[in-house]
Design a protein around this ligand. Structure first.
Ligand code: PLP
Length: 432
């Protein structure tokens, strides 16, 4: 007798094909592997974590106190759909004071961290099949492209351009694009647009939208992910509306508490952009129920207007992050000067550093030849004691020798330990 039940189980699809075709995050796979090795007792400098160690980087004391007070006051029911009005007003002041941009509260939507807002923006701005243009390497953009069933127009970038897009690179692709996704300071490269590079990109978008207005077409929108904007270390933060006020009609900023205030677990993010688009984004956040928790929203609403308290928090935190990034950079520069095949881009902003390890073709002490990205990554991990994330995990296989190093969960001692072992592992390689 045929067992129809088991036949159905083995042949029928178990889930939506879009989701089953999406691989899990490569970044998380690497992070879990590293955690497993550490749990087994291996000492590793874990440069993979894009999060803060709360014992080193706690959230601001006032923010914590306001969260407690909101719970004490019983603020535990549903938040308002677009975000609490006091929070949206506080975000308006935060952007007016910090970035010199004016919004009205109905041009702001709030969500549970930045991610649901990015997803909702893709859904609101892009029809299935329309192109999304973005630079590679990129954090998660390819996943949002797939989820919105958009045409993927991820463009490779060059180290000379700080792994960021240029106007020259994007211009040919803009006529067909619905969305241009930019991120500065960038995850993963730790680099930032300078005035000229971003201004030229804005000019390209404005030219394209002039044409579209004459043709009666939907404008090209820009997603500007500035979640790391409070950490411009060696550069000032540039953003589209600051350079070209006309960009306000086309730009959606996404941002939140997560990085600026080391509050990745509080889940408060927001976007600011054209009213109608923000309205649709907010509707979708509501259907998915991806609101920010109400006590955290109310706490953020009280904290964001405290400019003085924020400044002292950010100055101290920024200095500590930059010092760690510089520590890695200085050491890698010394190794390079000694003739070892490693270098990095000087840190500009955010939590990350781009590191280049030119190890392809090298022979390890065990006699193995390093060829693939995975060979390099594993040698750096197992022999070099340093866990990095390759740019290939950020959809940039064209940069096989580049890696992201994150410093926000490492002590100085961990960094020094990792780089000592890295030096020994690089010295032990032979080049035939
Ligand atoms: C560039 C960038 N945008 C957005 C996010 C997501 O932030 P959130 O944790 O608030 O969803 C991250 C998180 O790592 C990020 O690196």
């Amino acid at each position: 007798m045929i067992d129809t039940r088991s036949e159905i189980l083995t042949t029928a699809p178990v889930a939506n094909r879009l989701l089953t075709s999406m691989q899990g995050s490569e970044i998380l796979r690497i992070a879990y592997e590293v955690q497993g090795l550490i749990a087994q007792g291996h000492r590793i400098a874990n440069f993979t974590i894009g999060d803060f160690d709360p014992s080193t980087f706690p959230i601001p004391a006032e923010l914590k106190e306001y969260v407690y007070e909101a719970y004490e006051a019983g603020q535990t029911n549903y938040p308002q759909a677009m975000g609490n009005p006091v929070l949206r007003q506080a975000i308006v002041s935060y952007y007016e004071g910090g970035l010199g941009i004016s919004y009205s509260p109905d041009e702001i939507a709030v969500g549970s961290g930045v991610r649901p807002l990015i997803y909702s923006l893709f859904m609101a701005a892009v029809e299935p099949g329309e192109a999304v243009v973005y630079g590679l390497p990129a954090w998660n953009t390819a996943a949002y492209v797939r989820l919105s069933r958009a045409a993927d127009c991820g463009l490779s970038t060059r180290a000379e351009d700080n792994f960021l897009l240029t106007a020259e690179r994007v211009r040919p692709y803009l006529p067909e694009a619905a969305l241009l996704a930019l991120c500065s300071p960038s995850n993963p490269s730790g680099t930032m647009f300078d005035r000229h590079q971003l201004d030229e990109l804005c000019a390209a978008v404005l030219d394209e939208n002039d044409r579209r207005r004459r043709q009666g077409r939907k404008p090209l929108y820009v997603l500007y992910d500035q979640v790391y904007w409070q950490f411009g270390h060696s550069r000032d933060h540039m953003h589209p509306v600051g350079l070209r006020p006309e960009m306000q009609a086309f730009t959606v900023y996404v941002d939140g508490l997560s990085k600026s205030f080391a509050a990745t677990g509080l889940r408060v993010g927001w976007c600011a952009g054209p009213r109608e688009l923000v309205h649709h984004i907010s509707n979708l956040v509501g259907f998915v129920g991806a609101w920010a928790p109400k006590p955290e929203q109310l706490a953020a609403a009280r904290y964001l207007p405290l400019f003085e308290a924020q400044r002292s928090y950010l100055v101290e935190m920024g200095a500590r992050i930059y010092e760690r990034l510089r520590r890695v950079e200085r050491r890698l520069t010394t190794l390079k000067e000694r003739g070892l095949p490693v270098s990095c881009i000087a840190p500009q902003g955010g939590l990350f550093l781009s590191i280049c390890c030119e190890l392809r073709g090298a022979i390890t002490p065990a006699g193995d030849r390093l060829e693939t990205v995975e060979d390099l990554r594993r040698y750096l991990l197992l022999e070099g004691g340093c866990a990095f994330v390759p740019f290939a995990a950020f959809d940039a296989p064209d940069s096989p020798e580049w890696f992201r190093a994150s410093v926000s969960s490492l002590s100085d001692a961990d960094i020094d330990y990792g780089l000592d072992r890295l030096e020994a592992a690089l010295t032990a390689l032979r080049y035939p």
